[in-house]
Design a binder for this molecule. Sequence first.
Ligand SMILES: Cc1cc2nc3c(=O)[nH]c(=O)nc-3n(C[C@H](O)[C@H](O)[C@H](O)COP(=O)(O)OP(=O)(O)OC[C@H]3O[C@@H](n4cnc5c(N)ncnc54)[C@H](O)[C@@H]3O)c2cc1C
Length: 392
Amino acid sequence: MSSKRVSVIVIGASHAGLGVSHKLLRQTSKVSVTLINPSDEYYFNIATPRFLVKPESLPPSKYLYSIPETFNEYPNSYFTLVKGLVTKIDYLNKSVLVNTGENQSTKGDDIIVTFDYLVIASGSTTPATLGQGSLKLPFKATAFEDTRNAISEAQKKLQAATRIVIGGAGPLGVELAGELAEASGSKKTITLVSKTRSLLDEATETVQRTAESLLRRKDIEILKNVTVDKAEQDLETKSWTVTLSTGRTIEADEYISTTGVIPNNEFIPKSFLNHDGWVNVDEKLRIVEDGTSRSDTYAVGDITCHPYRLLSRVSLQGATVASNIAACIEKDTCPATYSVEAQRKMMVVPVGQSTGTGHLGGWTLWGCLVWFFKGKDFLTYEAPKFLRGKMQ
Ligand SMILES: Cc1cc2nc3c(=O)[nH]c(=O)nc-3n(C[C@H](O)[C@H](O)[C@H](O)COP(=O)(O)OP(=O)(O)OC[C@H]3O[C@@H](n4cnc5c(N)ncnc54)[C@H](O)[C@@H]3O)c2cc1C
């Protein structure tokens, strides 16, 4: 690594971390970027409802990509990928500690990497990804096990199950129910449990009604204003007993939780975090510590305190961080700002292969448009753009 160049560490190589790294390398030749991630593969998790349920519909080449290959366009000394998990940030020495072992308990595999600027893009995970009170489904990349193995295990379990309960009727719950209703093999009995009195709580009323009617046409049982109080798996039979707030219990082959987002923040100083564990940032996406913005550390993507943890938010945030770091290096200024309000609200929810619902701002999307934008291949056509930081 050239000592003349400014060293930037980016923690996390998913949509946000890849975007920042590419945008920065394209904007200035004065940086060397070290990207740290547990895997050297980019995982396009957005398409999980489709390929976990219908493995034949999308080959792995559509949702798993080599990260190093995508950085071939830059000279070697400008970019390094470190495969490992950051376990600590040390501001005294301006460095991070990285566990490069095969699992968390492997000792002696720690390395230290130093930085001038640090970008935290460690994102979030979900209870189902961790198998916490749910069938284990890799809705996000898994840190210490091979995501490919986790995908293949999940596909087998979903194929074998005939009685499935889904807890949570947000976009993921609705998408998953729609896919499961169309899965090949023996017909599945699916129950979708919604805590709120309509599905897709954040959508317009028309979209909520359309989602419900499309799912009912697929024979999905919908329970509204009901919560899952308990979901317990029998360790011998592997079946689940799901207890609802109404007192009803349902016996199921699998229970899938689609609720909850957990910040990947174990290595982040507590002084950076809000009360829910997300990283406080200012309008320039610099980290805020005890009310003061740090000039050497930024955060981007799901890990920030900004609401709406969505892929559609990640590109603009990445561009903001890359512009600010480049400008700080070149001119000692930090001009770019990010505003959540500036991004238009949209929701596109396929319900099965050929239809769905959603809205763009105040415009309701017809089923054929939902198919065109997302339903036909679950946005996998966009994955190469995220991988190369070319999303606008
Ligand atoms: C099933 C599902 C479907 C979704 N569908 C949509 C959709 O249709 N539209 C939409 O807009 N949004 C969708 N989202 C939200 C979207 O996935 C997130 O907003 C997006 O993944 C955020 O990207 P990110 O890069 O910030 O974080 P993440 O994708 O969470 O990636 C974080 C990365 O950091 C790595 N990491 C974590 N900790 C460390 C560490 N200590 N050291 C090194 N690396 C670390 C992780 O392994 C991972 O690679 C969906 C989410 C889920 C779960």
